[in-house]
Design a protein. Sequence first.
Length: 134
Amino acid sequence: MHRVAIVGVRSYRDLIVWRQSMSLVKEVYCCTQAFPQSEIYGLTAQIRRAAVSVPSNIAEGQGRSSTGEFRQFLGHARGSLLEVETQVLIAQELGHLDADQAQHLLGCTAEVGRVLNGLLNSLPVRRTLRDTDH
């Protein structure tokens, strides 16, 4: 296992995707403030937790000792991002978000997803003997 340095990155805070995902968290918190009180332990908590999980996993993965572990945590971040998208759609269906709010949040998640996928694709994949043995 070896660690590959991302050019110009000294900290997870230097990663564009981490910064964008932090902005997504703020947007989610802002949009969910108006959710009904009855959702405070339901959808509100769930969408906020999923949103917070995105930058948290990016940060944790960047602090790990190998590129493979970093990739794994970026995969977790992508899964959490898809949870946020799904929960935004649920909130819209339930009338907790209007179409403009939902589209704004979905635009944010799409942009984070694009940059996250770019970062994932830029990291080398460790090949096992089985991958090269035909």
